[in-house]
Design a protein around this ligand. Structure first.
Ligand SMILES: Nc1ncnc2c1ncn2[C@@H]1O[C@H](COP(=O)(O)OP(=O)(O)OP(=O)(O)O)[C@@H](O)[C@H]1O
Length: 782
């Protein structure tokens, strides 16, 4: 009987919300028609072909199109929340008609009885009815804040918080939290709360937004003022990534003009980029936000290979700064074959014309001027090179200085004496003009001071002897050997080839040390750009023509600096990577989220120093997230054992739920690891509806993919470093000992692996794990 009543109430409440959603859709349709009309009208005006009319048309199309685009994009799951509120303390209402006070009026509650003064619906975008009354409030608006911030301990004006689930135009369900259960208000309450409902859902290969169930401590971070640096720490599963992405959407809502400068989200891996990429579009934001893997921050570089930990450690360290500084200068003197001028690679002749130049570093310069042969020998040239390279200016930008000092030296050799200064100046001018246009001189200069490219110089480090010279007293000989070997993947002449994630920060540093190559003249510029001066409008036209991607591509290409930089998994950035990211946010505000306990970097002090340099003296606000929303308590407890070994004394976040299912342990029978992995993965696939992640040591990635072949796309194989930030319904962790032994930070990497599952975890031990009779490996025993 009671159950029937509950179902009856649920249906009735669903019907109430359906009525509201129907009104919202009617209004949305009106708005879409309005936007379409505007687009149509603007297109007609465009038939008048003057530049002024074009600019006017584009501006209109832009505004209407933006509107239409967003409305269409937001049509799914548009409305998701509702709060029922007591009247506000001072009775004041804001522009949207909602009470502004967080606190209830003094007389709102009498004898534990209160009446609801206001009901607000919350959605992905704000919608006003024809009388400008809010039908839906944008989740980022101040009036929506109580939806997220109210808790049973501090409910403010909120009596009931409701999360509405809908598909298309149909309301499917509601979940309520009663925040003032002591009050009798007559409000019906349905379900066990939205958070638990959301956490129990099966996971797919893409992250969902959490807009309907953001928790109070998370909301504080999302809405924190953007001034300076916001630092967020929290253990696995506390919502750091989710919060960072919602914060990007919030900042854009708060100050769109300011963040038109772009928001950069730096993510540790391409896998995490792919996993999180859908969240911002689902929140109605995408154009201004670029999510990039740390190995793809440099244009043209798409690194997803990893150096072995010993090499990564060297390449990530600030010691590389000195080495690269020397390399950027020393590369000018590289012997053949690398120095074949005129080929892309170490040298680039962009902007200089002439496909073929001399081969090798010319040892002398000979020119004829004023009827005399003038010559500079190797020693003189070396002195000049030294003088040019004296400061810290980028090498490619020193070319004019090199030209000038060469001419000075030749002029001195010409031994012309003039009593009259004006005459001398005139003669010198004629001399410079003569010499610097002589083919011998221009050809020499191209070969002697070629334009260097970052890739070319990086490839030059693959020569062990040369690197040894550039790294003298900075790297040990074994370190030199390791780094040189790791770079043999690159073509020694062109520098092309696969880059490791850590190579990319070196490339970026080299780009700064070398400076930009001279720009080729733009032949393809659209003259209309200059006529209208409306960059954003043209961009919109591009997007309409080329689909969504082209807007994003342009944004990526053009931006090397951003208005806000968000760093996810910040604990993993190496010092060299901090420098690279820092260059992209020199005038930015920052949000940095991370967890030291999950760091795979071995020298946190050096990384902290580089991070402080990137952030400068900007003031910082710190937040800590304390609740683990991903792992059930049973899994979190097991992971805590590894945390105690990896970082004694560090606290784990408390798990918000428990499933009663303890982690399973298995051992490899008959020494056939592949068969065991396959069997355990299959078992997990039967046990959960969603995804299964199989985490292996980095060295076993390829093998693991082969073992899992044919099991379908719900299961994926991951190297331990690739598991960062991701989550699965079930996880199989293969040989904890192997993962832990792979690098000096291996225990923390294992901690990451053990905290990926939302429902089930199986640990498979090999011999090296020394499992006990129940299969529990050495590392995970009490
Ligand atoms: N308020 C919330 N409502 C619903 N789900 C939430 C909430 N907060 C976090 N989650 C979910 O918890 C999981 C973990 O979130 P997220 O990946 O952002 O955590 P994290 O702190 O970045 O974890 P890690 O450090 O392990 O990478 C995700 O599935 C996320 O959707």
């Amino acid at each position: 009987m009671a159950a029937q009543t509950a179902v009856g109430v649920r249906d009735q409440e669903i019907a109430v919300e359906q009525t509201h959603l129907d009104r919202v859709y009617e209004r949305l349709e009106e708005k879409i028609h309005e936007a379409e009309f505007l687009m149509d009208d603007a297109a007609k005006r465009g038939q008048v072909g003057t530049p002024g009319a074009l600019a006017e048309r584009d501006a209109q199309v832009f505004r209407a199109g933006l509107h239409l685009n967003r409305l269409n994009a937001e049509f799914e799951d548009f409305l998701f929340g509702r709060i029922d509120l007591l009247p506000g303390k001072d009775g004041k209402r804001g522009a949207d008609g909602a009470y502004t006070s967080v606190e209830p009026a003094d007389d709102a509650v009498r004898n534990n009885t209160a009446s609801i003064a206001e009901t607000l619906h919350i959605g992905r975008l704000g919608v006003l009815d024809a009388d400008y009354a809010p039908l839906v409030i944008d989740w980022r608006a101040p009036a929506a804040a109580p939806f997220y911030q109210a808790t049973p301990v501090a409910p403010g004006r909120v009596v009931r918080r409701r999360v509405i689930r809908s598909k298309g135009r149909k309301v499917l369900g509601v979940e309520d939290d009663l925040l003032r259960p002591e009050l009798s208000t007559g409000l019906p309450v349905v379900g066990d709360g939205a958070l638990m409902a959301a956490l129990g859902q099966a996971r797919s290969h893409t992250m969902r937004d959490i807009v309907a169930s953001i928790q109070a401590e998370q909301d504080l971070v999302i809405r924190a003022p953007a001034a300076s640096v916001t630092e967020v720490t929290g253990g696995p599963g506390t919502g750091k990534t989710a919060v960072a992405l919602h914060r990007a959407a919030y900042l854009l809502y708060q100050d769109r003009r300011r963040y038109a400068g772009g928001i950069l989200v730096v993510s540790p891996t391409p896998l995490l980029v792919a996993y999180t990429e859908g969240v911002l579009p689902s929140l109605g934001e995408e154009g201004q936000v670029a999510i990039r893997a740390v190995g793809s921050l440099v244009e043209g570089a798409e690194a997803d290979t990893y150096d072995d930990p010993a090499v990564a450690r060297i390449k990530g360290s600030l010691r590389m700064l000195k080495v690269l500084h020397k390399a950027a200068r020393g590369a000018l003197e590289c012997p053949p074959p690398a120095r074949r001028y005129g080929q892309a690679g170490l040298f680039d002749d962009a902007g200089h014309g002439g496909a073929q130049g001399p081969v090798g570093a010319p040892a002398r310069l000979r020119v004829v001027a004023f009827g005399r042969r003038l010559e500079l020998d190797e020693e003189e040239l070396s002195g000049i090179r030294h003088a040019v390279l004296g400061g810290t200016a980028p090498v490619n930008l020193l070319l004019p200085r090199a030209r000038r000092l060469l001419l000075d030296a030749l002029w001195r050799k010409a031994h012309r004496r003039y009593d009259d200064a004006a005459l001398e100046a005139e003669a010198r001018e004629a001399f410079d003009e003569d010499v610097s246009t002589e083919p011998e001189f221009t050809g020499f200069l191209r070969a002697w001071w070629p334009v260097l490219t970052p890739r070319g110089v990086l490839a030059a480090l693959a020569d062990e002897k040369r690197l040894g010279r550039w790294a003298r007293r900075v790297l040990t000989p074994p370190e030199v050997r390791r780094v040189a070997r790791s770079l043999r993947r690159l073509n020694p002449v062109t520098g092309t080839g696969p880059l490791s994630v850590h190579d990319v920060a070196l490339l970026d540093e080299l780009e700064a040390l070398l400076g930009p190559p001279p720009r080729p003249k733009r032949a393809d510029a659209d003259p209309l750009d200059h006529l209208t001066g409306l960059d954003e409008v043209t961009t919109f036209a591009d997007r309409m023509g080329g689909g969504r991607r082209s807007r994003q591509d342009r944004l990526d290409q053009e931006r090397s600096e951003y208005a806000h930089v968000i760093v996810d998994e910040a604990q993993d950035l190496t010092p060299m990577q901090w420098r690279m990211v820092g260059r992209r946010g020199r005038v930015a505000t920052w949000t940095i989220v991370g967890d030291p306990a999950q760091s795979s970097w071995t020298d946190p002090d050096e990384a902290a120093q580089a991070r402080d340099e990137a952030l400068g003296t900007r003031p910082r606000r710190r937040f800590t997230l304390t609740v683990n929303y991903r792992n059930p308590a049973e899994i979190a407890d097991l992971a805590a054992k590894v945390l105690a070994l990896a970082m004694p004394g560090m606290e784990s976040p408390s798990a918000v739920r428990s499933t009663g299912v303890v982690p399973a342990f298995a051992v490899v029978a008959d020494g056939d690891l592949g068969a065991a992995v396959r069997e355990q993965a299959r078992r997990l696939l039967d046990e959960v509806d969603g995804t299964v992640g199989v985490v292996v040591a980095m060295g076993r990635r390829k093998q693991a993919r082969d073992w899992l072949a044919g099991l379908g796309d719900r299961v994926v194989a991951l190297g331990s470093l690739e598991a960062k930030g991701l989550e699965y319904d079930a996880t199989l962790v293969v040989s904890p000992a192997e993962i832990a032994d792979e690098s000096p930070a291996g225990l923390r990497v294992l901690y990451v692996a053990l905290t990926r599952a939302t429902q089930r975890l199986t640990v498979l031990s090999g011999e090296r794990d020394k499992p006990d009779a129940s299969g529990v490996p050495d590392l995970l025993r009490d």
